[in-house]
Design a protein around this ligand. Structure first.
Ligand SMILES: O=C(CO)COP(=O)(O)O
Length: 124
């Protein structure tokens, strides 16, 4: 089973929820993990089972990054807000970087998230 992280900044959370509803069947075949608030919304607004880490600004991005570093993660869908600065920018950069270090599939917008989920669940 593929392990997949789902993360969205506040302005992008509606788009992530909509994406999760559209791909609910495919996502249900994955072992899902999310940052705190994103995970809470996924749990309440979809039928998906999601493991929740801390909220992003409180270390959640780093907790997911640690799993990437440990080779436990198959993909990360991270809908970042490209228009607003985040207080935990260093944590965000660290997560993106560690995905590249470990060649872990990373999607930061809906178009690439679609490719990622389709690819992951086809081969997964
Ligand atoms: O801030 C985030 C990612 O950088 C997301 O965290 P939340 O899901 O807790 O809002």
């Amino acid at each position: 089973m593929s392990r997949l992280a789902l993360i969205a900044h506040d302005e992008e959370k509606p788009a992530l929820i909509e994406f999760a509803e559209r791909y609910e069947d495919a996502l249900a075949t994955c072992d899902l993990v999310a940052t705190g608030t994103t995970g809470k919304r996924l749990q309440t607004e979809t039928e998906l089972e999601v493991e929740r880490k801390e909220s992003g600004p409180y270390g959640g991005d780093l907790m997911i990054g640690a799993e990437v570093a440990a080779g436990m993660m198959d993909g990360v869908i991270f809908l970042r807000d490209p228009l607003r600065a985040q207080p935990h920018e260093p944590d965000i950069s660290a997560l993106l970087r560690i995905c590249d270090v470990h060649d872990t599939a990373l999607a930061t917008n809906l178009a690439s998230a679609t490719f990622l989920i389709e690819g992951l669940t086809e081969t997964g």
